[in-house]
Design a protein around this ligand. Structure first.
Ligand code: ADP
Ligand code: ADP
Length: 229
């Protein structure tokens, strides 16, 4: 089934066009890679899909509801319950241990402390970083910190995770480890993943790939859709 539909997304920053009529669908449970050269609009597309950036034209609908029709309160509620977000640098809270970072979204959702910590522990285990549970971000390797960030994004069991170059700062081995645990875990939970990357190594993990060029999605043959120039 289709979770998210974006049609005709257009967005400029001043005179710089970032998206020029991009169409994308995300299906439940799939891993979708968004690829393209630097500056092709990948991050902007991801931010539009996640409701962080409002497009100048076009629309995003999540489970049939247009994001533009939601007020800020309902949008942030949706982000808390149904969306998970991970960036290139996981942005863990540096003062907190790995365990407390992952438990935090559950505490904010009102879960009792003991239950939140037990669940966070299980998610660290899934991502192979339970041994690092008491460490802070600065005491872990980059790959470990990104696995903790993914555990934090998934602990609330969102329907869809948006990941913007989540392995962009990692070496090849750490990239494999992070992606393998992400794929394994989201297959189990049937969570959709939108994975922005410019690396073929990363795109190879996806079920499907959407290629952006100059803010437009290319068709399956790699050509520009007719009508754009
Ligand atoms: P990608 O993720 O593929 O590198 P982006 O979506 O980050 O592409 O950027 C697309 C274009 O929009 C680029 O030309 C970029 O410089 C520009 N851009 C992105 N964000 C901003 C911003 N906040 N202000 C101005 N220009 C931006
Ligand atoms: P990415 O390719 O992942 O977007 P960037 O380094 O291009 O990474 O962008 C990092 C941040 O800077 C983003 O928030 C983006 O929106 C913003 N940004 C990108 N290009 C520009 C720009 N030309 N002017 C201002 N902000 C920009």
């Amino acid at each position: 089934s289709t979770l998210l539909v974006a049609e005709g997304l257009t967005k400029s920053y001043g005179r710089t066009p970032a998206l020029r009529g991009a169409d994308v669908e995300v299906h439940a449970g799939e891993i979708l890679a968004v690829t393209g050269a630097s500056g092709s609009g990948k991050s902007t597309l991801l931010h539009c899909l996640a409701g962080i950036v409002h497009p100048d034209a076009g629309a995003v609908a999540y489970e049939g509801t247009r994001l533009a029709g939601l007020d800020e309160e309902r949008l942030s509620e949706l982000r808390r319950t149904d969306f998970g977000i991970v960036f290139q640098f996981g942005q863990l809270i540096p003062e907190l241990s790995a365990l407390d970072n992952v438990a935090l979204p559950l505490l904010l959702a009102g879960r009792p402390r003991a239950a939140a910590r037990a669940e966070a522990d299980a998610w660290l285990e899934r991502f192979g970083v339970r041994g690092q549970r008491e460490l802070r971000a600065g005491e872990m390797s980059g790959g470990q910190a990104q696995r903790v960030a993914l555990a934090r994004a998934l602990v609330t069991e969102p329907k869809i995770v948006f990941a913007d170059e989540p392995t962009g700062a990692l070496d090849s081995l750490a990239t494999e480890q992070v992606l393998a645990s992400l794929v394994h875990t989201t297959r189990e939970t049937h969570t959709a993943v939108v994975l922005v990357t410019h690396e073929a190594q990363v795109a190879a993990y996806a079920d499907r790939e959407v290629r952006l060029q100059d803010g437009v999605v290319q068709d399956a043959f790699g050509a520009m859709p007719s009508g754009s120039s």
